[in-house]
Design a protein around this ligand. Sequence first.
Ligand SMILES: Cc1cc2nc3c(=O)[nH]c(=O)nc-3n(C[C@H](O)[C@H](O)[C@H](O)COP(=O)(O)OP(=O)(O)OC[C@H]3O[C@@H](n4cnc5c(N)ncnc54)[C@H](O)[C@@H]3O)c2cc1C
Length: 421
Amino acid sequence: MNKYTDVLIIGAGLSGLMAAAKAAEQGKEVMLVAKGMGAVGLSSGCIDLWGYNLEDPNQVCQDPLAEIARLCAVNPQHPYARVRDVLEESLLFFRRVCQENGNPYLDHRGGNWLLPTALGTLRPTYLAPASMAVGDLQQVRGVLVVGFRELKDFYPDVLAANLKKSGVLQADCPLNTLMVCAGGGELTPNTLAYRLENPAVVDRIVDQIKPHLLPGAVLLLPPVLGERWDSQVAKNLAEKLGHPVYEVTNIPPALPGQRLQQMLLHHVKGQGVEVVIGCTVNGARVADKRCTEVLATGAGKPIKISAKTVILATGSFLGGGLESKPGKAWESIFGLPVETGHEKWSARDFLSMAGHLFNQMGIKVNEHLRPVDKTGEVIIENVMVTGANLAGCNHPIEKCGNGVAVASGYKAGKLAGEVGE
Ligand SMILES: Cc1cc2nc3c(=O)[nH]c(=O)nc-3n(C[C@H](O)[C@H](O)[C@H](O)COP(=O)(O)OP(=O)(O)OC[C@H]3O[C@@H](n4cnc5c(N)ncnc54)[C@H](O)[C@@H]3O)c2cc1C
């Protein structure tokens, strides 16, 4: 099968979906192919922009946009230095898309939220879905942590004990825990979320929580309030309780990330983007520094796709965009170079606060997100690279993975939209 399109996006992660949304908005014919879904469905669903201070990594960053401006001055190789011109506009675009699709994302007066995790630690993030945006815990007049007997990955007592230790709550703030029953035997986050879509189950939960609610207390639950991005579970639960409810972040699989992924897929399909999941790109033909054809396999059949612009949103080693063998790493479709350096790729300590070098490996690009060689020369003129594929980002430590994906995907989609007929 042969296909032709204005913009071909390879990858259905956050950066690929953002690129698709922006290119389609500008009237381009867009095709998105991916062998599977992206990392955003495993993530917290929050958009981390920049977590900690450059000078003092123990301090939560109060003004991520200002910190990123400083970062770009001291580290011009960081992916943010390539997308800084559109960073704020990309965040506005992301929020508009989320708002239009009924899954609003909130900022915290331009600073970082400090959101409780299932372990009772506090994690900084820039944009949070409304169901997680719990506000200033310093101000609250009580906390009730509710768990489900059927759910194994959430322990209210652990959350409460560590939250107390963190010192974020006022000394006299009451902190209580409660286990409720949703019925149905042992449940995973997804099966519990599915169960909660039933109003009778929500009523049952409400009856169990109500006697324990103190006025003004914050009610924290695991992130299971709804399967889909347009689910009404959180709203119904809050209305029936007469009290706001909040989801905390938890280990994957985390429903808020899955909801974001589904919502963006729904949005781009509504914009006319042709989406083919289960389609693996195996290689490409390049002539005169231009990609003339991409070679893929979908449903066991070969597909050749030609496009004016190709956006490589294939997501580093985890996504499948980069491959490696000892001492060598490369990009898997075009064979683009990936610098590995001479140091060890991983730290001995898995939880090393310096992170692992392999996370920073990736493809070097210019300010138009085109891949470049060591001398800065563009390797393929009609290819752009986005997200986790970009070199120089230590996202687990810097807390910027989804931020880089939003901004670079948006920029690639915008630039693709400007390519003439
Ligand atoms: C478990 C986990 C939790 C995380 N939590 C957070 C968090 O809480 N906050 C945060 O900001 N960041 C988080 N991150 C980081 C962040 O999610 C990623 O950096 C970001 O989403 C990367 O998006 P991407 O579009 O670049 O790539 P990916 O999401 O990896 O998407 C890559 C896409 O390319 C496709 N693909 C790859 N190769 C091919 C091929 N040959 N042919 C066709 N398709 C292909 C894949 O199937 C996939 O669809 C987390 C990451 C992980 C893994």
